[in-house]
Write a protein that binds this ligand. Structure first.
Ligand code: FMN
Length: 376
């Protein structure tokens, strides 16, 4: 059956930005930078997926400071040289129809790790590539990340908030049109929100208000500098699948406050705050956060993006059609196929699947579609 359109391939407007479809490339750390500088690798990785038809591309977790990197090879945005290095990559994505986005992050107690294919564990304290790490408390994550962070002072907290704002401003200067704050996966911001990690007794811990304070203050600082006409979004770990973690109701309440504070969309994810979290996540269930995203969308009345096991075309389409997500974030399937959007358009039976690609690419695929004829 051929169809003229499918919900996944309809436009999505948020503020002054229009996505050509609701297929996004989810942020994916490449661990291929030197001193935080993006390079040809990032240009090709992100650029290929713009040519491949993505509506939105969110560049990987990009550190707001050197200490905020997961590994020594993370990208960064802590100097104007980083802004300049991102600029041509951003401009390429934009020129080929994708909205260029970036996720800005601080890894907290999970920082100073080896690249995944070199061990995925904390670098030893005396390793030349490593550095001292910080967290809401002095407790280590554990297992492969055994190094204890230094408990942050209030001055440290304010400095990291300023680092987020400075990175957001640089992201806008580089031409990015979609900003995602990384508030998930057990990195710094998420670990502040987690009652299992954040046992501080000052105004940045304890009650819901205390644990939410770092996130809300960071959002407010970023809101000041990020252009009002562009989407300000966040990836939040809304559940953690571990007893004692923040209840889902707290995440909903936090999102209400964030919406009041200027958040335009939430990218629904999970926590991974403690070493026990990973094993309990229902990894095998397709789109296992779909119900959470739908509830957030209905109750908070904020647009949602959704990832985790949503990289099958019919499922992605259904998540949009049934109101679980406004945008579907796909990661691994894009690695498998840089033309994922074209493949999805074919699988969904779009009458003109090539229309999801930039005109030049579509033209050549049409021209040389079988039976082959010689170019004029
Ligand atoms: C190689 C790789 C790198 C990733 N890096 C990030 C990252 O930088 N930031 C983030 O929030 N999630 C990261 N993730 C998680 C993905 O964005 C995505 O949420 C997850 O893979 C689930 O989507 P999928 O089922 O389509 O792969 C990464 C995933 C992969 C496979």
């Amino acid at each position: 059956m051929t169809i003229t359109s499918a919900p996944l391939f309809t436009e999505f407007r948020l503020k002054d930005v229009v996505l050509r479809n609701r297929v996004a490339v989810s942020p994916m750390c490449q661990y291929m930078a030197q001193a935080g500088m993006p390079n040809e690798w990032h240009h090709v990785h992100l650029g290929a997926r713009a040519i491949g038809g993505a509506g939105l591309i969110v560049a990987e977790a990009t550190a707001v400071s050197p200490e905020g990197r997961i590994t020594w090879a993370d990208t960064g945005l802590w100097s104007d040289a980083h802004t300049e290095a991102w600029r041509p990559i951003v401009s390429f994505m934009k020129a080929h129809g994708a909205v260029p986005g970036i996720q800005i992050a601080h890894a907290g107690r999970k920082a100073s790790a080896n690249r995944p294919w070199e061990g995925d564990d904390h670098l030893p304290g005396d390793d030349a590539n490593g550095w001292d790490i910080i967290g809401p408390t002095g407790e280590a994550f554990g297992v492969n990340l055994p190094r204890a962070p230094r408990e942050m002072t209030v001055a440290d907290i304010h400095r990291v908030t300023r680092d987020f704002a400075a990175a957001a401003k640089r992201a806008a200067d580089a031409g990015f049109e979609w900003l995602e704050l990384h508030l998930a996966h057990g990195y710094l911001a998420q670990s502040f929100f987690s009652p299992l990690v954040n046992t501080r007794t000052d105004e940045y811990g304890g009650s819901f208000a205390g644990r939410a304070r770092f996130i809300l203050e960071t959002l407010a600082a970023v809101r000041e500098v990020w252009p009002a006409r562009l989407p300000l979004t966040a990836r939040l770990g809304v559940v953690d699948f571990v007893p004692g973690e923040q209840p889902f109701a707290e995440s909903i309440e936090l999102l209400r406050l964030m919406k009041e504070g200027g958040l335009d969309l939430v990218d629904v994810s999970h926590g991974i705050n403690t070493k026990d979290a990973g094993g309990k996540v229902p990894w095998g269930k397709p789109a296992f956060l779909g119900d959470h995203a739908k509830q957030i969308r209905n109750e908070v009345k904020i647009p949602t993006a959704l990832s985790w096991g949503a990289g099958e075309a019919h499922l992605a389409n259904e998540l949009v059609a049934t109101g679980a997500a406004d945008v579907v974030m796909v990661a691994r399937a894009w690695l498998d196929n840089p033309n994922w959007a074209l493949d999805a358009a074919k699988k969904l039976g779009l009458a003109d699947p090539l229309s999801v690609l930039p005109a030049a690419y579509a033209h050549w695929l049409k021209t040389f579609a079988p039976p082959v004829r010689a170019p004029k």
